[in-house]
Design a protein around this ligand. Structure first.
Ligand code: GLC
Ligand code: CA
Length: 510
């Protein structure tokens, strides 16, 4: 399928590019940058929800699924973006939030008043049911005086969970999907979609079989008939469980995001960064590598960044020395393998986390929950504001919602474009190799090499005709002999030594 070796570029509309310079990124801003996006080898763009929203969770609280948020532009601007993107060979995916809506959605306002047919659109109970929690707050059941009942919200109280046991909900979302498909959308990224199968009265948060069944009904006659690309965000589902959605005779999704590895390399967590060690690198390497074998028959979405995690160079390392080299090391390891490449805006620039002087600068709703329980240092490291900072096109950007961070001059897009050593230009090269050796990446045999040497993550990919080697060094200098390989690229490789942050990529014909 087309998407197997494709690149999908994720855009955070609020901070990507502001065409009318009112301090908020917009749809026309994305349109303006289509040539830039195209230059990254991208064939799909995925926009975080651009639909009407009070922005309590920056768009993941939708108050009208059919309307583009006026702060981003009009529905016509969006149609025109799809058209212009398509003309350049880029398809547009939509981010659809089906687990919850905004509390300002008409459905919720009417549900409170028990107006039919909306009265059972949400999860209302006389008493809170145990077994659930909220990602963003200390309670997940909020009482509404007017209705005399509690509603469930697994995120903020402004994001009431939708009641998927009500068949009307399925009909509503089928209608929404059909609407956007008719507008030219080529696929969807379904937000926290493994949560829709929740079994409230049994206290079951994640029920894979039930979510599978709901997705099947949702997609029947729509997903495959329209050849849609469907990507499920399934945080709580590990890689084998996740594969249930994508493999077998009747897969219900094209791909599933698994985030289990996001902090594995450092034994850390969102709010607690630990330095990368040789041991944690091994653990991480083995997990990442096993994806290729365990998920042999499914499409793997390769990603290490999105709008929900600290920037990758800042997760792996605490300082910004040699940052371009580090960034290329991460891009190499994560994208020179089988699967679809997902790249999040700014990742191609090697952007690090921002720096803050006060917790009051933070916008993100998730961070609010830990403002008093975590140290400022942990908060600044983990906050989702980091990846969401405005893209430094020229270095003079301004944003009303998420304050701009002044990245150094070397990260400014126009500077990276002309700097042959920039992560940006390296990324473009990676994409070309992926296309050039697509058969190797898709069906080759993957083998770890130099496993006995501490501090490397190295492997070969081979088929009958060719063999590709990716050798990397993360800590000290290691001996490396490119014996018989022709060099495609190297970094910090000299006199038979692959030095710290070293990369060697080579190819040989058999
Ligand atoms: C997903 C989104 C995240 C959002 C949450 C609630 O995890 O990626 O940004 O806050 O769902 O919708
Ligand atoms: Ca704007």
């Amino acid at each position: 399928m087309k998407y197997d070796t494709s690149v999908i570029y994720q855009i955070y509309p609020l901070t990507f590019n502001d065409a009318n310079k009112d301090g908020i990124g917009d749809i026309n801003g994305i349109k303006e940058k289509l040539d830039y996006i195209k230059s990254l080898g991208v064939s799909f763009i995925w926009l975080c929800p651009p639909t009407q929203s009070p922005l309590k969770d920056n768009g993941y609280d939708v108050s009208d699924y059919y309307k583009i948020n006026p702060i981003f532009g009009t529905n016509e601007d969006y149609d025109s973006l799809i058209k212009s993107a398509n003309e350049k060979g880029i398809d547009v995916m939509m981010d659809l939030v089906m687990n919850h809506t905004s509390d300002k959605h008409e459905w919720f306002e009417k549900s409170i008043k028990r107006i039919k047919p909306f009265d059972e659109y949400y999860v209302w109970r006389k008493e809170p049911v145990p077994g659930f929690d909220s990602q963003f707050e200390n309670t997940c059941w909020t009482y509404v005086e007017e209705r005399g009942e509690y509603y469930l919200h697994q995120f903020s109280k402004h994001q009431p969970d939708v009641n998927w046991e009500n068949p009307e909900i399925l009909k509503e979302f089928r209608k929404i999907i059909e609407h956007w498909v008719a507008k030219g959308i080529c696929g969807f990224r379904f937000d926290v979609v493994d949560m829709i199968g929740k079994q409230i009265d049994k206290g079951i948060k994640i029920d894979v079989d039930r979510s599978f069944e709901l997705l099947r009904q949702l997609g029947e006659g729509i997903f495959t008939n329209n050849k849609l690309l469907t990507v499920g965000e399934c945080w709580s589902t590990g890689r084998t469980q996740g594969a249930k959605y994508t493999s077998g005779e009747n897969p219900v999704l094209s791909m599933v995001f698994n985030a289990r590895y996001m902090f594995m390399h450092e034994n850390g967590s969102r709010w607690n960064r630990k330095p990368l060690t040789i041991d944690s690198l091994v653990k991480y390497r083995d997990y990442m590598f096993a994806q290729n074998t365990i998920l042999k028959h499914t499409h793997i979405p390769n990603f290490i960044e999105n709008h929900d995690f600290a920037r990758s160079v800042s997760r792996f390392w605490t300082d910004e020395d040699n940052i371009f080299e580090k960034s290329k090391l991460l891009l190499t390891i994560h994208f020179l393998k089988r699967g679809t490449s997902f790249i999040f805006q700014g990742q191609e620039l090697g952007l690090p986390n921002a720096k803050y002087s006060s917790i009051h600068e933070i916008n993100d709703v998730e961070t609010q929950k830990v403002l008093t329980s975590e140290t400022p240092e942990n908060i600044f490291f983990g906050t989702r504001d980091n990846p969401r900072k405005p893209i430094p096109w020229n270095g003079d950007e301004f944003n009303k919602v998420i304050p701009t961070y002044k990245y150094g001059d070397r990260f400014i897009v126009k500077n990276e474009i002309v700097n042959l050593d920039s992560p940006l230009n390296f990324w473009k090269q990676l994409v070309l190799w992926k296309q050039q050796f697509s058969k190797l990446f898709a069906n080759g045999k993957y083998e770890l090499v130099m496993e006995e040497i501490a501090g490397t993550f190295s492997y070969t990919i081979s088929n009958d005709a060719q063999e590709l080697i990716v050798a990397t060094s993360w800590f000290d200098s290691i001996k490396f002999d490119p014996n018989g390989f022709t060099k495609l690229f190297s970094q910090n490789f000299e006199d038979g030594l692959l030095n710290k942050y070293g990369i060697y990529i080579g190819i040989k014909n058999k």
